[in-house]
Design a protein around this ligand. Structure first.
Ligand code: SIN
Ligand code: CO
Length: 387
């Protein structure tokens, strides 16, 4: 199935995850056969003008790199697009439902690892130069042709170059992959592999990016949860103290007991929930217009469930739950909000949280408390009733 170690011909997610994910880059030809771009240049430029959208224009003209960061006016965009330029718009998955098919192709990696979809439009010669990212990315080639090169793995202490204060690059590298991507081809790049794309023609690229918390982010995220939680009241105690002759010294045993206190907190079942809550948080608030102006009452929702309906997640939601749960309530989180339903209804809610569209048939028997939560999910704008 592999003709070259970096070249995948028949893509099989299981083989990919075993052999490539987080290990080595690869090119997956025609993963999207007959690829049609879900956006056009005007739509992308229009998005870049929106106040809360994170966008950048990187240009190279007269031997000079330049970077302009949103918010933009139309004039800013016109003035920044000089020489060989690239317009990059982050978080497009939160705005354009037609990009869903792109991100869903990679749903074999759990949702909590997904970060966002970056869409780039570049003119011939456009690119951001040689650099590495700290996260995994699948770069899908849309319209046009682009030459991509990927080098041997670097590490976080590798020398960085800053040709512009907001542009991090690395020095030229020896490529281990050097290919021209065509529409529907995908390049997978694990963290710390230097890469660069240079457009041969006008191009669209779609970067499906992942995230992975570091220890500091984990501890800070948990700290937020701890503040709202009064479980963590166990205090240091030292009934077996022996006297000290160095009162400023914190001895190894005391440090050990302090660390034990923290380990005990990490090992609590509640921490599974706090972690999942943290992972479900997103940077983008969901769109205001998704919340219903005339919310459904629970009785109305019950009538709808009894008649049968189809329900789907709205854009920008991150529903997560700890898989291991044995309590009488099944707990899940959506964008940092906690919900608990009767464990009897766990199979229904698992389908709701994992599927892209759920048909609820009249034979579905849900607890009334679950119907209540379903109404809340729709009223809040996390889910949408399709029919
Ligand atoms: C690009 O499309 O030029 C940027 C994507 C990347 O290299 O991460
Ligand atoms: Co990159």
């Amino acid at each position: 199935m592999t003709s070259h170690t970096y070249d995948i011909i028949d893509f099989d997610p299981e083989v990919f995850v075993q052999q490539y994910w987080q290990k080595k880059p690869c090119i997956i030809r025609k993963l999207f056969p007959n690829f049609q771009d879900p956006v056009d240049a005007d739509t992308l430029a229009g998005l870049a003008l929106e106040e809360d959208v994170d966008a950048r224009i990187v240009s190279f003209a007269d031997e000079q790199w330049d970077v302009h960061q949103s918010p933009f006016t139309a004039d800013d965009i016109n003035e920044s697009c000089v020489g060989s330029w690239t317009l990059m718009v982050q978080g497009v998955d939160n705005y354009l439902p037609q990009t869903k098919a792109l991100t869903e192709k990679f749903a074999f990696i759990p949702h909590w690892r997904f970060d966002d979809l970056l869409v780039t439009y570049s003119v011939a010669g456009g690119g951001v130069g040689a650099h590495y990212d700290e996260y995994d990315v699948f770069i899908v080639q849309g319209m046009g042709q682009r030459r991509w090169q990927v080098g041997h793995k670097l590490n976080s202490s590798s020398e960085k170059l800053y040709p512009h204060a907001h542009l991090q690059q690395v020095k030229p590298f020896e490529p281990i992959i050097d290919i021209v991507m065509l529409p529907g081809d995908v390049l997978y790049i694990p963290p710390f592999y230097p890469h660069q794309g240079k457009s041969i023609t006008e191009c669209f690229n779609y970067s499906v990016g992942f995230r992975a918390p570091n220890q500091s982010e984990l501890l800070q995220g948990l700290a937020d949860g701890i503040l709202d939680n009064d479980l963590l009241t166990k205090r240091f105690c030292d009934p077996h103290r022996v006297i000290t002759h160095k009162r400023s010294a914190v001895n190894g045993h005391d440090i050990f007991v302090l660390k034990q206190l923290m380990h005990q907190f990490i090992d609590l079942d509640e921490t599974d929930y706090l972690l999942t809550e943290m992972l479900s948080k997103t940077y983008h608030p969901i769109h205001d217009e998704y919340a219903l102006e005339s919310p459904h009452s629970s009785a109305e929702m019950l009538r709808m469930v009894n008649a049968g309906l189809t329900i789907a997640p709205n854009l920008g939601i991150r529903p997560l739950y700890p898989e291991h749960q044995t309590n009488e309530f099944f707990v899940f989180f959506i964008n940092g909000r906690r919900y608990a339903v009767d464990a009897l209804d766990r199979p229904f809610f698992e389908r709701l949280l994992n599927e892209t569209k759920l048909k609820i048939t009249p034979s579905e028997r849900l607890q009334f408390s679950s119907v209540n939560i379903l109404a809340e999910l729709v009223n809040e704008g996390f889910y949408e009733v399709l029919d």
